[in-house]
Design a protein around this ligand. Structure first.
Ligand SMILES: [Zn+2]
Length: 156
């Protein structure tokens, strides 16, 4: 059974507590990332998931709002993608760990690691915090071990 989620449209409604999130991103055109280790492997157009965590000031709300913004200084690997694509959905879970999302997702057929080490430079457990998923999948279809009261944001 899918645990009860809270559906939200406005980013202001996202929790300001700490936790983890998943972003569903549609990339319309192939993209070459400027980092040396990614130069030889362009990202194909398609659907991706990015897992991250936010435990700093402003928590999940501040971080997810930043990801959604197209104009921003590029600080993380994912910034090179979010400035060139559209975030369609986000799943927001207080107190969760992003690596737990990744280990669940990697068990699902058709979900692959497009670039090793993307977004996971500080992680010793995951091959990447960025995954390519079939374009027919949305966050609602993906079985994740989520607690009650997690939030689902959808671009309106
Ligand atoms: Zn990880």
């Amino acid at each position: 059974m899918v645990p009860q989620s809270i559906k939200i449209r406005k980013t202001m409604a996202i929790s300001a507590k700490g936790g983890s999130y998943l972003l569903l991103i549609d990339l319309e055109k192939p993209l070459i990332l400027p980092q040396k280790q990614f130069l030889k492997t362009p990202l194909e157009s398609g659907r991706y998931l990015y897992a991250g965590s936010a435990y700093g000031p402003g928590g999940l709300r501040a971080r997810v709002s930043r990801h959604i913004k197209k104009r921003k200084p590029k600080r993380w690997h994912i910034d090179y993608v979010t400035t060139k694509s559209a975030i369609k959905e986000a799943l927001i879970v207080e107190d969760a760990k992003e690596c737990d999302f990744i280990s669940h997702l990697l068990e699902i057929e058709g979900i692959i690691v497009p670039l090793k080490g993307f977004g996971s430079s500080d992680c010793k457990k995951c091959p990447s915090h960025f995954l390519k998923i079939p374009e027919t999948l949305s966050l609602e279809d993906i079985p994740l071990n989520l607690p009650e009261g997690f939030m689902q944001w959808q671009r309106s």
